[in-house]
Structure formats: structure tokens, C-alpha cells
Design a protein around this ligand. Structure first.
Ligand SMILES: Nc1ncnc2c1ncn2[C@@H]1O[C@H](COP(=O)(O)OP(=O)(O)O)[C@@H](O)[C@H]1O
Ligand SMILES: [Mg+2]
Length: 479
């Protein structure tokens, strides 16, 4: 079943339920009627009041839950009730619920909850359908909180506010937004947004543990890692001085180079050295959620938005932005942030040549482009030592292997060690220099061409030919 069919089926099913319900009003669920409860709280008939809706992005729904609870507690008289009446309440707006409540008798019912993650190892029970009754600045208010219900055509969470004094509503919503940012469960976390099955602009949050990498774990040409790190964290450190001098804080970093050379690895290192910074990682389909990510980053600064393998969207046209390739949308999102936003975009790509035209058309978005090249012989030697770690290979054997592995990637070094251990295990002895050499022969042999290419190495690896096919940001290849 595709999304559309599924949506139709659920709508049709609840339509049938309604028909049955209407044919047999005796099947009324009963319970305390909602309307009098609302009227008693608000002091006026609820039907006379306008409902103010506030849309929250799916990724911030938990924040809205936290903020509403705080708000209600802070201002006092908090009561949380549910609304009964079967599926009909899910189709209905708060205004409709109130409108129909007289006729159809929506009763007070249990509050709906769901447990959602709030960290790599933490979770929280949030209200997915519930009506908050409390007093705001002395005015009784009601706020209906509901999670997205894609099956009922509601792709975003909604808050609906009912108050007998109009002026309190903007004040309430302002404070709510402030509390959402202040107490956000995303703040200081590493998260990815994953698109949900319904709606391209919708998505869920997955929390990731912050990687623990040190500079010694990342083997790059001299100065590259320091330069990238300085650009990312230096700006944050000198935030006040830059702001005072009228210099912008937001920044864009492009990491480009062949696959398997450590672009993602570098990003992980950057996460490790910026504790407390909110990191939002978008990759593949979730690159569509760029707008939500940019807004969230702005609210939770200091923040980093990582667009992994963004060449994948260089020509992808999003549904929402018309003929604009998604990459432009991403770059515009960066541009749309205020200059004083402490937000960095980190883009990674294997195909700088594909990105360059877009970046050239949107100048100023990316202010540091760093090449992550194939490792040279010195780097390969360091990589072999890094990944041999406690394995009993001798330094000369490791270096000899590095010398022979011309044209291979950093991830190749890792695979080489694994192969050497496997080779030794196959032969039934502890790993030694012989196994390293055998494994290298195998991996460099013609039969392993695909493996090498999967590891990101070039097909002429080991031939000793100079490697020229590195996409250079400055010299785009034709496609
Ligand atoms: N420069 C590097 N230094 C150390 N290890 C690396 C490096 N590049 C890659 N690796 C290892 O290879 C794995 C795959 O590399 P990755 O960063 O995903 O490559 P890329 O994103 O450039 O395609 C990494 O998880 C890491 O273990
Ligand atoms: Mg990568």
C-alpha cells in the first residue's frame, strides 16, 4: 500500500465509524461532557472565543511538550484533560470539537501519551492529544496539544489556544517559544532528522552518541584538520569579539575529496571537539529537511548542520521549492540565517565538480573549502600504525605495506589490518608480517578491484602510477 492509499483507507474507515456512530447515537461514549468543563474554566461559553493555532515542527514537538508543561506549572492552576469520542476528535479542530460538543457530546476522556526519545539513552512521556487548562497572567486559557497524525491528514503537530482575552495569546506563544529554545531536548545533542513516511517536510529525530575522537585518530595532510577545526570552533570561541566588530558568525565549510578519505571521519572529530554544540546531521533523503534543520539550528545555537554527501542533492528538485535544486535550497537556508547566528554548515562531497556550479551561483555561503585528498605515503604509514594498534606487525612491515599501497584510501588501511588478521586466522596462527603482506597482495590484486573501489580506492591502486583523478574543487571534471 502506498501512502496515498493508506491515507485513504484510514479516512474511509473512520468515515464508516462516523456513519455507524451517527446511525446509533445511543452508542454515545458517555462520560462527563466537555463543554461545561471548558466553560467553567474559561468563565465564558467557549463557542464565543476564537481559536488561535500555532504550528510546531515535528522535530520540536517534544520541546513543545516540555515548554507547555513548564508554562502551565509556572502560571498555575494547571489541569490536563483528554477528550473522548473516538476517532472523530482526531479529524476535528478544536473549534469543531467545541462546535460539535453540544450536539455530539464530546466527553472528557483520558489523555493520550507516547514515549519519545530525548537523548541517546533517555526518553520522555509526551502528550499526543490533551487539553491543558491553566491560568496565564490571571486569564484562564485552554491549549489543545496534538502530535502529528499523518493518517488523519495532519502532518505537523498543532497547538490550539483558546482564551477569553485576545492579548494573552501572543504573549503566551512568545513565552512558549522561549521556553522551547531554553529547555529544548535537542540542545547540545547530536541528532539526525529522518523523514517520516508521510510528507516530505515532516520527520523524526534520532539521537546519536557524540563520537569520541582525538586529533591523533584523524590522519590528514599537515594543517588541514587544524584549519577546519579553527574555522568551526574558533569563530564560536571569539563570538563576542567578532560580533562587536560587526563580523558574521555563521559559516559554511565544504569538505571534498574521494570516498573513504575521511570526510565523515573529520565531521565526527569536529563533533567530538565541540561538546555542548547542537549538531544536526542530514544525509540522503533527510537532506530534504534542510529548512527545519536550519530553523532548529538557529533556535539552538551554537549549532552545526552537517549535510553529508550533499552532491546527492545537487540536481534533486524538491517538491516544495519548485524548480530549485535542493542544494540551492540548502544554500539559501544558510543565507537566510541572520549573520549573527552562531550556526555552521558543514557540507561533505565526493563530487566537488557537481557542486561547484551551484556554489559559484550562490557565492559567500561556503567560506572554507578544504580538500581531503587520498593519503600520501607518509599519511599511509601513519594510517597503518593507527589501525594496526595492538596487532603484532613490525614497524618496517607496516611501512613497507604503506609504500606499496599507492593510490589507496584511509579506509583501505583499516580493511588491510582486518584482512591480515583474517588471513592469519585462516592459516591457524597468530598474525604476523607475512599475513600483512599476503593480505595486501590480495587487496591489490586484480580480483579485488571491486573491493578497492568499494573502499574508495582507485582502480590503478598499486600500479605506482601517479594518482590524478582526485576531484579538485578548483578544477571541475566534466561529467
Ligand atoms: N583520514 C583518516 N584518518 C583516519 N581514519 C580514516 C581517515 N579516513 C577514513 N578513515 C577510516 O575509514 C572510515 C571511512 O571513512 P569516511 O570518513 O567514512 O570516508 P568519506 O566520508 O570520506 O567517504 C572511517 O570511519 C575511518 O575509520
Ligand atoms: Mg562520508
Amino acid at each position: 500500500m502506498d501512502d496515498e492509499t493508506r491515507r485513504f483507507v484510514t479516512t474511509f474507515r473512520s468515515f464508516l465509524e462516523d456513519v455507524v456512530h451517527q446511525a446509533d447515537p445511543g452508542g454515545d461514549p458517555g462520560g462527563e461532557p466537555l463543554l461545561p468543563v471548558l466553560e467553567q474554566h474559561l468563565g465564558v461559553p467557549p463557542r464565543t472565543l476564537p481559536v488561535v493555532g500555532e504550528r510546531v515542527s515535528t522535530q520540536r514537538f517534544t520541546d513543545a511538550d516540555v515548554a507547555l508543561e513548564l508554562l502551565a506549572e509556572r502560571h498555575g492552576g494547571r489541569r490536563l484533560i483528554g477528550i473522548g469520542g473516538g476517532q472523530q476528535r482526531r479529524h476535528s479542530s478544536l473549534a469543531e470539537i467545541i462546535e460539535f460538543a453540544g450536539r455530539r457530546q464530546f466527553p472528557v476522556g483520558p489523555v493520550d501519551y507516547a514515549r519519545v526519545p530525548t537523548g541517546p539513552e533517555a526518553s520522555r512521556q509526551v502528550v499526543t492529544f490533551g487539553l491543558h487548562l491553566f491560568t496565564y497572567d490571571g486569564v484562564p486559557v485552554a491549549v489543545l496539544q496534538r502530535a502529528p497524525q499523518p493518517h488523519f491528514g495532519r502532518e505537523h503537530p498543532d497547538l490550539e489556544v483558546l482564551a477569553p482575552v485576545d492579548e494573552v495569546v501572543p504573549a503566551l506563544l512568545d513565552e512558549l517559544r522561549r521556553l522551547m529554545a531554553e529547555h529544548s531536548v535537542l540542545r547540545g545533542q547530536v541528532v539526525t532528522f529522518t523523514p517520516s513516511e508521510f510528507g516530505a517536510s515532516n520527520g523524526n529525530v534520532t539521537f546519536l552518541p557524540r563520537p569520541g575522537l582525538s586529533a591523533d585518530d584523524v590522519v590528514l595532510p599537515d594543517g588541514v584538520l587544524a584549519k577546519v577545526e579553527r574555522h568551526l570552533t574558533g569563530v564560536a570561541r571569539h563570538r563576542d569579539a567578532l560580533a562587536a566588530a560587526g563580523q558574521h558568525l555563521k559559516r559554511g565549510i565544504l569538505l571534498f575529496g574521494p570516498p573513504g578519505t575521511g570526510k565523515t571521519h573529520t565531521v565526527k572529530y569536529l563533533m567530538a571537539v565541540s561538546p555542548g554544540t547542537t549538531v544536526i546531521v542530514l544525509t540522503g533523503q533527510s537532506l530534504r529537511l534542510i529548512q527545519a534543520a536550519a530553523e532548529t539550528a538557529r533556535a539552538l545555537e551554537p549549532a552545526v548542520v552537517v549535510l553529508e554527501d550533499c552532491d546527492l542533492i545537487a540536481e534533486d528538485r524538491s517538491l516544495t521549492a519548485g524548480p530549485q535544486p535542493l542544494l540551492f535550497e540548502a544554500l539559501d537556508a544558510l543565507d537566510g540565517l541572520a549573520d549573527d547566528a552562531d550556526v555552521a554548515f558543514v557540507l561533505t562531497t565526493n563530487r566537488a565538480d557537481l557542486l561547484e556550479p551551484a556554489l559559484a551561483q550562490r557565492p559567500g555561503r561556503v567560506d572554507l573549502a578544504a580538500e581531503i585528498p587520498l593519503p600520501d605515503v607518509g599519511a599511509r604509514r601513519r594510517l597503518n600504525r593507527l589501525y594496526a594498534r595492538d596487532l603484532p606487525f613490525t614497524p618496517p612491515a607496516l611501512d613497507a605495506a604503506a609504500d606499496r599501497a599507492e593510490g589507496t584510501t584511509a579506509s583501505f588501511a583499516k580493511e588491510l589490518m582486518r584482512r591480515a588478521v583474517l588471513t592469519a586466522a585462516d592459516a591457524g596462527h597468530p598474525p604476523g608480517d607475512e599475513d600483512l603482506s599476503t593480505a595486501l597482495d590480495e587487496l591489490l590484486g586484480d580480483t579485488e578491484m571491486l573491493t578497492r573501489s568499494l573502499l574508495g580506492a582507485d582502480s590503478d591502486a598499486g600500479s605506482g602510477r601517479h594518482h590524478e583523478d582526485v576531484s579538485r574543487f578548483t578544477t571541475p571534471r566534466s561529467r
